[in-house]
Design a binder for this molecule. Structure first.
Ligand code: ADP
Length: 191
């Protein structure tokens, strides 16, 4: 089993790359953003609770994440391990994940960040807004998501550097180029 956190700002291409990694290495792809969008679409209680928060570009309260994650891990188990996409996003979430992994007799093996400059991510997100019509892809909300990323999520870099798990690669270029870069790092980490 190899458990990977794919890390990076909104629009860095985590979702696209995570799908491809999941297929190649037979891993479960857990995207908390996707889980929330599905809950909202299905009008569940959870969906109703998080809808406004997500549409503003703020983070869903940490307390809601851990149970969601635990059940996603149960439903989605794959022999290759897990890719976390969009989780953890805060220090308390990272601490919760460490505890959960101990519970499951597992560990996070690698935290791989996609480095993309801010201008590029805003551009990508605005294009996605036109294509997919995500309510949190308006320019104002995108700016807020970036600010939330810098304030609440980027401290995780240090957290995982201290654990010796953090690696970053260039997230610019073609999807194939980036995927190849990712696979090299994963293959090396898997030994
Ligand atoms: P992005 O493209 O911005 O990386 P995601 O699809 O991962 O977006 O998530 C969309 C929204 O869902 C986030 O802006 C946030 O409101 C909520 N969300 C997703 N994952 C988490 C999380 N781990 N903690 C809190 N909120 C989250």
């Amino acid at each position: 089993m190899f458990n990977l956190i794919l890390f990076g700002p909104p629009g860095s291409g985590k979702g696209t790359q995570a799908s491809r990694i999941a297929e190649k290495y037979n891993m479960a792809h857990i995207s908390t953003g996707e889980i929330f969008r599905r809950e909202i679409k299905n009008g569940t209680e959870l969906g109703q609770r998080v809808k406004n928060i997500i549409e503003k570009g703020d983070l869903v309260p940490d307390i809601l994440l851990i149970d969601i994650l635990r059940s996603a891990l149960e439903i989605d188990a794959k022999p290759g391990g897990v890719i976390f996409d969009g989780f953890p996003r805060t220090l308390p979430q990272a601490a919760d994940l460490d505890i959960l992994m101990i519970d499951l007799k597992q560990k996070v093996n690698l935290v791989l960040a996609l480095e993309v400059n801010e201008e590029e991510v805003v551009k990508r997100l605005l294009i996605r807004a036109q294509q997919e019509g995500r309510k949190d892809d308006t320019e104002e909300v995108i700016r807020n998501r970036m600010a939330v990323y810098h304030k609440q999520t980027s401290p995780l870099i240090q957290y995982y550097e201290k654990q010796g798990k953090y690696k970053s690669i260039r997230g610019m270029g073609t999807i194939d180029e980036i995927f190849n870069g990712i696979c090299q790092v994963i293959d090396k980490a898997r030994g």
